[in-house]
Design a protein around this ligand. Structure first.
Ligand code: G6P
Length: 613
């Protein structure tokens, strides 16, 4: 996500802020900015593009004197990546500057309120709501710290805020909820950062701010307050990580960090969109008549995004009763199926810049289809050119092999499926409500499933030397086989394939070699299909395969006598179970690659974003 850095001390702030921003570049961003206070005024520079661009504008910081300031790298969520939308944001009237990480979910309501109080807005961001809300309370009571706490109480969602006000030119204020924020101490200098990587070259002694706490940061001192503004004591922590470990939050690779971030990412994707027993799709004006008239859905994507599409297809057909087909974008663009105005094309893309998916989207539109995109990057070509676009809100994904982006694609797919099912009258109220309840608990269930990490690591130690591994499943479990197989081959370079379990006897079963006990990962989480899946597992087992079963607490009994190894995920509503069952598959691939000594975050021959055909 976005990055924050702040400095209060004796040295010129801007070069230190630029350095901190460079150290946050690994997080991914699309614009950057700095604010400093000088002679009782705020000085602001921000621009679209990289920190080097910003550094060029301010001559490496030389053009911005002042010893107190804030910097920010923005990854767009509300509003496109433009100069106006870049941080810091300044309150109407110019008194207060704010940098912000996170998403303020009730920003539309707060914006309306502030407009009614005479506030004007320059950008499309939720952050400008935060800074004006602080300005509003500050104008009312003249106490900045209190104004920050009052504004924080009104904001729903997640935020880490750094605040600088003209009236207190030597002070930074910070508060947070859900998004991380650390404060560093080095001599008389004080630092503020969204993660320690930004400030590690200056200090290793940091305080972690907790939710709702407020910090008042001055040269040589930091005062901490509870959400009710009672003074509190905090003890700093000494960080031993090197810069590379710090960027990864202490994990060895971005991949495992991103695997562990999935509950939070899925929570973001779902939270603001499920409220009071309803689904709100970011105000998209998809006409109900159109949804009812849709005769065919094509889901078009590449790689992992395509496999998230396979999960969506099964759910759309079963829950929304609409025919859905998944096509690789590279196939779709040159082999266009019949398309008309009753066709809905759903393009899924993490980057929003994949060449084949862009071309497929344009072809579909040219032939009269309406295109809805599911994209992680705001302002990307696919997000901009599609008729409607839904953000996955996964945050930047650094590891080439996709994990949290996939999980959020699944989550947005669930929302879309239920939205379409409701609009078409395909789901009754009781089932709809139960599904929404299950969605609300999903991030917690993913969190629970992450506890399988040690078990996955142990299983990896039993299978890492295999030359070939096969994945089988039925229905949604088949969709997962595709992604489990993709993860494994991408990062471990083991030859692997995924098959619909029922297809085994029509060819693939010839590959099972009793001489080497060919490993087969049997994904058997679907209680409806467990008997069928068990007999597929027996078929390979009797021919000498070694079976690793991925089961739930509800399906494990059926597989216990067949499987050589089992990993048990929590049982869950069938439609959303892929979000849990994918976790051990991701971890299995990760730990196998680790044991084989592979370059995990940047696998050979692969690129994160494929912008050429
Ligand atoms: C590349 C990446 C994959 C990704 C695919 C589609 O191959 O390595 O991880 O799934 O592109 O990318 P997109 O950005 O469109 O989701």
């Amino acid at each position: 996500m976005c990055g924050i850095v702040g400095y209060v001390g004796d040295e010129q702030a801007a070069p230190i802020l630029l350095d901190g921003l460079r150290r946050l570049e690994y997080r991914g961003y699309d614009s950057a900015g700095i604010v400093v206070s000088l002679e009782g005024k705020l000085w602001l520079t921000k621009s679209r593009g990289y920190v080097n661009n910003l550094a060029g504008i301010i001559d490496g910081g030389a053009k911005m004197p002042g010893t107190v300031g804030l910097g920010h790298t923005r990854w767009a969520t509300h509003g496109r990546p433009t100069d106006e939308n870049a941080h810091p944001h300044i309150s109407d009237g110019g008194k207060i500057a704010v940098v912000h990480n996170g998403i303020i979910e009730n920003y539309a309501k707060l914006r309306e309120f502030l407009i009614s109080k005479g506030y004007h807005f320059q950008s499309e961001t939720d952050t400008e709501v935060a800074v004006n809300l602080i300005a509003y309370f500050y104008a009312e009571n003249g106490d900045l710290k209190l104004a920050v706490a009052q504004a924080a109480r009104r904001m729903e969602g997640s935020y880490a805020l750094g605040i600088l006000c003209e009236d207190f030119p030597d002070t930074l204020i910070a508060t947070k909820k859900e998004s991380p924020l650390v404060l560093g101490v080095g001599g008389t200098a004080r630092y503020l950062a969204s993660d320690v990587a930004a400030i590690l070259s200056y200090t290793r002694d940091v305080y972690n701010l907790r939710d709702d706490e407020v910090a008042v940061i001055t040269r040589g001192g930091i005062e901490f307050f509870s959400g009710e503004l009672d003074p509190i004591e905090k003890t700093p922590q000494h960080i031993d990580w090197d810069v590379s470990a710090a960027e990864k939050g202490g994990y060895e690779h971005f991949m495992i960090k991103e695997i562990m971030e999935q509950p939070e990412a899925v929570r973001r994707a779902l939270k603001s969109r499920v409220r009071d027993g309803e689904i709100y799709l970011d105000g998209l004006d998809i006409p109900a008549d159109f949804i009812k008239s849709v005769s065919k859905v094509y889901i078009v994507a590449c790689g992992t995004a395509d496999f998230a599409g396979v999960v969506m297809k099964y759910n759309l057909e079963r829950l929304a009763r609409v025919a859905a087909e998944v096509m690789f974008a590279s196939e779709f663009r040159y082999n266009l199926p019949p398309i008309d105005e009753t066709t809905l094309v759903i393009c899924i893309s993490q980057s929003g810049t994949t060449a084949d998916t862009i071309a497929a989207m344009r072809e579909a539109k040219k032939h009269g289809a309406r295109v809805l995109s599911v994209v992680n990057v705001v302002g990307s070509v696919i997000a901009e050119e599609s008729d409607w676009s839904l953000l996955t809100l996964a945050g930047p994904e650094i590891c080439v092999a996709s994990t949290k982006a996939y999980s959020t694609q699944l989550a947005v797919g669930y929302l879309l499926t239920l939205f379409i099912a409701k609009a078409r009258g395909a789901i009754d109220d009781g089932k709809y409500r139960a599904a929404l309840d299950a969605l609300e608990s999903l991030p917690g269930a993913i969190d629970e499933t992450l506890k399988l990490r040690e078990k996955a690591q142990y299983l990896a130690s039993r299978y890492f030397s295999a030359n070939d591994i096969y994945f089988i499943g039925r229905g949604l479990d088949y969709a997962l086989s595709l992604e489990g197989d993709q993860k494994l081959k991408e990062i471990s370079y083991i030859h692997s394939e995924a098959y619909a379990a029922g297809e085994l006897k029509h060819g693939p079963i010839a590959l099972i070699d009793s001489a080497v006990n060919t490993p087969v990962v049997a994904i058997a989480t679907n209680a409806r299909l467990i008997d069928k899946m068990a007999s597929s597992a027996v078929e390979v087992k009797t021919r000498g395969a070694r079976v690793l079963a991925v089961v739930t607490s509800a399906t494990q009994d059926a597989m216990r006598d067949i499987a050589d190894d089992m990993i048990v995920v929590p049982d869950y509503a069938e439609a959303f179970l892929p979000s849990l069952a994918i976790i051990p598959l991701q971890m299995f691939a990760y730990y196998i690659a680790l044991q084989r000594g592979c370059e995990i975050d940047k696998p050979r021959n692969l690129a994160k974003s494929v912008t050429v055909e």
